[in-house]
Design a protein around this ligand. Sequence first.
Ligand SMILES: [Zn+2]
Length: 261
Amino acid sequence: MSVIECGEFRKFIDPYIDGEFDDAERAMFDAHLAICPECRRYFDQRAWLQNAVKPVLKRPCRMPQEARSRLEKKLRAARRPIRARRAVRRFASPASAVVAAGAIFLLVTPLTGFKPSVVDEVLDQHCQQMPVEVPTPAAQELDRWFAGKLPFEMQAPDFRDGRVSLLGGRLSRIRHLASNASAPAAHLIYSVGSHKMSVLVFDGRGVVPFEEPDMHVRGAPMRVHEARGHQVALYRRGNLTYAVTSNLPRGQMLELIGSTL
Ligand SMILES: [Zn+2]
């Protein structure tokens, strides 16, 4: 007999995993886990996600120290000649400030010279430890769950690679630049070894421009950005835009994406 219901179990799963319960509470939850295979599956995935994400969360998706010092060094080097020029030219014109700002801008902007704000948004969503609403390793089950909840037909990418495991999905939103409104999106969470990988699927028309993609992967136009120690790859299939985020090496992530196309 179980004293608690599935809803309660899932609501308090995090303190349970974190060991914040006293013995009596823990016993109730243990008992539910023993008789409920669905909650057991939820528990496994949740525990995995917590383990994978927690160390990252303590330093929430910040730039790795090495990359940071490299950038700071570059910035210092960029500022030096400007200061020198200023000292020579006694009448420091406002133009030198513009030059200084320009130099810094070039260094921190990706090589493409364009970073849609959607990159920051998908990174934020990747870094947040949001629970999955539907924990499942089956892409088809996920597609069925999303049916009717989104204004488009969701199709989870099919990673034909044994290292990738689907953990589940949740409803999300993505901001539209032009209208400043937000549109529904599907947020899918995967594990790749010990890495977490997020895929946001949304109707990208008016959100991500693909006129000048960085590359094509199996015919799909793609933009790739590096930010906060992560790779964000945006690609389009039909009217849908997929934003894949992880801290996997770029080549490996593109290879995984290629396996879905
Ligand atoms: Zn249950």
